[in-house]
Design a binder for this molecule. Structure first.
Ligand SMILES: *Cc1c(COP(=O)(O)O)cnc(C)c1O
Length: 403
């Protein structure tokens, strides 16, 4: 990848995505389920650029959405409605209505109260709702607490006895059609054991529901497959697929998985330019033109991203790579060894293809970065850099209205 050329062509800060990598990740995972009925539903929140979604859609992927906005994106990008799943703890009435009108595959319900709303809205639309219930299997996924979701203290899903009751309720309602069962215990999982335990527990519940003539069709094992940022050694797709298949052995269910990070993280680089080198006593800071508003993972999770000084070597010393935002958490790396760099040099922040752009903001009235796709050696702009006019447009209207 010629980072200098891309930086000159599109400016910095810049997200660059390797579509060949993303394609091969999808195919590796999909092929791991060979011989089983499966749907790999890309979790849009990891990277929801329309071109990224369209790439996966063309390969046959579905979409896992956590807002109605994401359902819209999936449809616009070309994901067929029968491959779209809508999850999330707090769906508004208009979101549920939208999803039912769009006739998506199923809505994942995360509480009894939410199941009530889905039922009422389905009745008002005279359209039975295909649903699944998110089961919280109460298993410690052993990941960062902010991305761990399978414990009682987390806000996600319902416990197993409640789930059973909700399925029986749904079966007896003319407006609810329970077609799936779902769990998702966390993100960036590198140990297969908690996934195996969760899958076994949820599969056991599925067996008891099927015995009650609840006609389940989908076993949705969520996302969470971990990737290597630094020195993690995650399980392989084939180990993962085997584990899920084993849990539902003998059941006629389509396996659904919802990978986000696995598909896109390693295919993304965040490219930023050095503005200044700064020393305070012994401390070296490399100040760059990207910031926490562009890539918040270091600030939010203390996440590690490898930083590479493009085309530089020699004069290594420890430094913090920091952005211009007025927060001490505005850093990309701390105490890393970096060659000496000059103004204008490029730094590549690696493994930034998931939860990078999608978590970006306009904090400090900074324009959000551009995004570029590279495929077969050709680069294409897939999101223009925001302009100051874009950024202020809605506020100007409010000022006019108040006059
Ligand atoms: C976030 C999320 C995912 C994707 O998680 P990754 O760790 O990116 O694979 C999948 N399913 C649900 C319900 C989620 O909330």
């Amino acid at each position: 990848m010629d980072y200098r050329l891309l930086a000159d062509r599109y400016g910095t800060p810049l997200y660059i995505y390797d579509f060949d990598y993303m394609t091969s990740r999808y195919e590796t995972l999909k092929n791991a389920f060979e011989g089983k009925k499966s749907l790999v539903a890309f979790a849009l929140k990891a990277n929801s650029n329309l071109s990224v979604i369209a790439r996966f859609a063309a390969l046959g992927a579905g979409a896992d959405c956590v807002s109605y906005g994401e359902v819209k994106r999936a449809l616009i990008a070309g994901v067929p409605k029968y491959k779209i799943i809508f999850s999330g703890v707090g769906k508004r009435d208009d979101e549920i209505t939208g999803a039912l009108n769009d006739d998506i595959l199923f809505i994942n319900c995360e509480s009894e109260a939410e199941l009530d709303r889905v039922e009422a809205i389905a009745q008002s639309l005279a359209k039975p709702a295909r649903i699944s219930v998110r089961v919280n299997p109460e298993i410690d996924a052993k990941t960062h607490p902010y991305i761990s979701t399978g414990l009682k203290e987390n806000k996600f899903g319902v416990d197993i006895p409640t789930a059973k009751r909700l399925y029986i309720r749904a079966k007896n309602s003319p407006w609810l059609e329970p077609v799936g069962i779902h769990f998702h215990i966390g993100s960036q999982l590198t140990d297969l054991t908690p996934i195996a335990e969760a899958a076994d527990k949820v599969a056991e519940l599925a067996r008891s529901l099927i015995a009650l003539e609840i006609d389940l069709k989908f076993f949705d094992a969520g996302g969470g497959i971990g990737v290597t940022y630094k020195d993690e050694t995650p399980f392989t797709p084939s180990q993962y697929a085997k584990t899920i298949a084993q849990a539902i052995n003998g059941l006629d269910l389509t396996i659904v998985c919802e990978p986000g990070r696995f598909l896109t993280a390693g295919g993304g680089v965040f490219l930023t330019r050095v503005l200044y080198e700064k020393r305070m006593g012994d401390k070296r800071f490399t100040v760059v033109d990207g910031a926490m508003n562009d890539l918040v993972r270091p600030a939010l999770y203390n996440a590690y991203h490898r930083v590479e000084a493009i085309g530089k070597s020699g004069g290594e010393s420890l430094c913090d790579v920091v952005g211009p935002v007025c927060e001490s958490s505005d850093f990309f790396a701390k105490n890393i060894s970096l060659p000496s760099v000059d103004r204008g040099d490029l730094l590549a922040v690696h493994t930034a293809g998931a939860y990078g752009f999608t978590m970006s903001s306009n904090f400090n009235t900074r324009r959000r970065a551009a995004e570029v796709a590279v495929e077969n050696g050709a680069d294409r702009l897939i999101r223009e850099r925001e302009t100051y006019d874009d950024l202020l447009a809605s506020e100007v209207k409010l000022l006019n209205a108040a006059r």
